[in-house]
Design a protein around this ligand. Structure first.
Ligand code: AGP
Length: 612
């Protein structure tokens, strides 16, 4: 996620902006910039300074902000989504002659369409970003009334946004508006602030208002006004923030992992929605024509860790829906096994960081062998993103916790979209099925939210097993892939030994490990395999296991076998992995919490494994 800070008051703004942006560095970024209103001189203007890389660069360029005069400005740290990390793509973006400057956090889903239209109207673009369209729209609609111009932009754009805006002819005033991306207002004796998150302004004030969705705010050094989208002034209340800085960086959550688990609905929505137009999946960004997609004879998926579990899920899901054969390899194996692959194989490398050494090496191996490579990546401009022939970005935003959660969920969403696109190109998925799948995809975020509302039940259960020595996960089909992910989550943050097994494998050796009181988690969302999984749960229970069932609402016969059952909302079976993984993430989190461990930074692990 990008970081926004704004200040208008009686002190020089630039040093305060840089200070605030520094407090948002934990969110991850690749470039930064500030814009400060210049009220003196013949014509009021806006001074803009931008830099790629760390804030240090911006500090050096502006002598820690001292060289940029003015008491009213906005600042931004950019986490790239549209357009590589670069100075020209960094914020603030501005319209011609810098009449308007804007910083943005979020995703403008219909920016291409707006860009094309504005270009035809004579607007010229310099960046590859979605945000620049907002700057030009504001410039187009601004005829002296900022609230009116902003309101018009709100009706024109689709997607999520938190915007900080300066109008050159209104020095001392900051405007802000939000839809689905966070933005707060802070007030103090020194002046008034906007920020993406509390840490940016805690040093100056704890008196804040979390701007309600679809509201516009006007700040001067001494006043704050709120307006609704109809430009009517409304009253809002302020509250006292009593978090310390560390808690504030986590948005009030105890750990980044829990914060990121809760960000999954938005992350999944941000990944899916921009790829749906008029009810259809639009994979134009892959740069592959329908004919090229139809020619794909096989997918060879390659990844590590949790990303590998996404590939395991993809094998079941893509083969079931698009009838395209899918091979899956650990990157560390693929790169050395001198693979034999069919001519029209599409190699897909899945990686949150886009820097995993084995996955990057596998990509290079596949390209050396002459295969087309698609990267499913979360970090724009990362090595895998740059070296793949085409990239499908997940828009999870920066993921801080070592244990991946929201990035995993957005990778699953990317796989679903790809499966539908492949199935359509091959004529396996027709209009009606596509409509049904797209409608269900768009309902996944709210279903994840429903699961999160029941976290207390999972927390209560987890506390009973925090001191286990071994915990097993079993599943069949898609649920086997989800079991692998549940087991890894548990292992990597709670240090409890855990294994996931294809449930049919139990009788081939594993069942000898089952002893009295051992927790076995049975994952069962696939109708055709449900009874089989139930009988596997009976097998382990009769040998002393304590059985936790994880299944969809409606499968109440689970309670005849399981000692405890966690339900997830019903969905199309091919999407079930997106729901069942949430309780497994929470189980791992609360077990680790119960052991008093450092959930966000587990021992021996790094967020990105850039070495072999
Ligand atoms: C997941 O919780 C782990 N942190 C780890 O397995 C991770 O998925 C793996 O290292 C791959 O990372 P990548 O997605 O950045 O390539």
């Amino acid at each position: 996620m990008c970081g926004i800070v704004g200040f208008t008051g009686r002190q020089q703004a630039a040093p305060i902006l840089l200070d605030g942006l520094e407090k948002l560095e934990y969110r991850g970024y690749d470039s930064a910039g500030i814009a400060v209103a210049q009220a003196g001189g013949a014509e009021p203007s806006i001074e803009i300074v931008k830099a790629k890389g760390r804030l240090k660069v911006l500090r050096e360029m502006t002598d820690d902000g001292r060289s940029v005069s003015g008491t009213c400005g906005i600042g931004h740290t950019r986490w790239a989504t549209h357009g590589e990390p670069s100075v020209v793509n960094s914020h603030p973006h501005y319209a011609k002659n810098k009449r308007v400057a804007v910083v943005h956090n979020g995703i403008i889903e219909n920016y291409q369409e707006i860009r094309e239209k504005l270009t035809k109207e004579g607007f010229s673009f310099v960046s590859a970003t979605d945000t620049e369209t907002v700057a030009h729209l504001l410039d187009k609609y601004y005829t002296g009334n900022p609230i009116e111009a902003i309101s018009k932009v709100m009706f024109r754009v689709r997607g999520s946004y938190a915007l900080g805006i300066l109008f050159a002819d209104r020095p001392g005033e900051i405007y802000a508006v939000r839809k689905d991306s966070p933005l707060i207002v802070g007030r103090s004796e020194q002046g008034n602030f906007i920020a993406s998150d509390v840490p940016a302004i805690l040093k100056y004030t704890r008196d804040v208002c979390f701007i309600p969705n679809l509201e516009i705010v006007k700040l001067t050094a001494v006043e704050i006004h709120f307006y609704n989208v109809d430009q009517e002034e409304v009253e809002e209340t302020f509250s006292e923030i009593n978090w310390d800085t560390e808690a504030a960086e986590k948005g009030g959550f105890a750990h980044f992992m829990l914060k990121e688990i809760y960000e999954q609905p938005k992350a999944v929505r941000d990944t899916i929605s921009p790829r749906i137009s008029d009810g259809h999946v639009d994979l134009e960004e892959l740069g592959m024509s329908r004919e090229e997609l139809a020619k794909v004879s096989r997918l060879q998926m390659v990844a590590c860790g949790s990303a590998y579990h996404v590939c395991m899920t993809a094998r079941y899901m893509v083969e079931q829906t698009a009838r395209v054969p899918v091979d899956v390899d650990l990157a560390s194996e693929f790169r050395y096994r001198n693979p034999v692959m069919e001519k029209d194989t599409l190699v897909i490398v899945v990686s949150q960081s886009g820097e995993t050494a084995d996955s990057l090496a596998a990509l290079r191996e596949a390209k050396k062998l002459g295969y087309r490579v698609l990267g499913i990546v979360n970090v724009v401009g990362s090595s895998i993103a740059r070296e793949a022939d085409s990239v499908f970005y997940t828009w999870a935003g920066p993921e801080i916790s070592v244990a991946t959660t929201k990035a995993y969920s957005t990778q699953l969403a990317a796989v679903y979209l790809l499966a539908i696109g492949l199935g359509k190109a091959k004529g396996v998925i027709g209009e009606a099925q596509e409509t049904q799948m797209v409608e269900e995809l768009l309902r996944l975020p709210e279903k994840i939210e429903r699961i999160l509302e029941e976290k207390e039940r999972i927390q209560w259960f987890a506390n009973k097993f925090s001191h286990s020595k071994d915990i097993f996960f079993i599943g069949r089909g898609l649920d086997y892939a989800s079991s692998l992910e549940g087991s890894l989550k548990l292992k990597e943050i709670s240090y409890i030994h855990s294994e996931a097994y294809a449930a049919g494998e139990l009788k081939h050796g594993t069942i000898s490990l089952i002893e009295d009181g051992i927790l076995v988690v049975g994952v069962a969302t696939q109708k055709g395999l449900f009874e089989k999984l139930i009988s596997n749960m009976v097998e382990v229970k009769s040998r002393g296991a304590y059985v936790l069932g994880v299944t969809s609402y409606g499968n109440y016969s689970m309670e005849d076998v399981a000692n405890y059952t966690i339900y997830v909302p019903k969905t199309m079976e091919c999407f079930a992995a997106s729901l069942v993984v949430v309780p497994l993430q929470l189980l791992a989190y609360y077990v680790a919490l119960g052991k008093g461990l450092d959930v966000d930074k587990p021992r021996n692990l790094a967020k990105s494994v850039t070495v072999e």
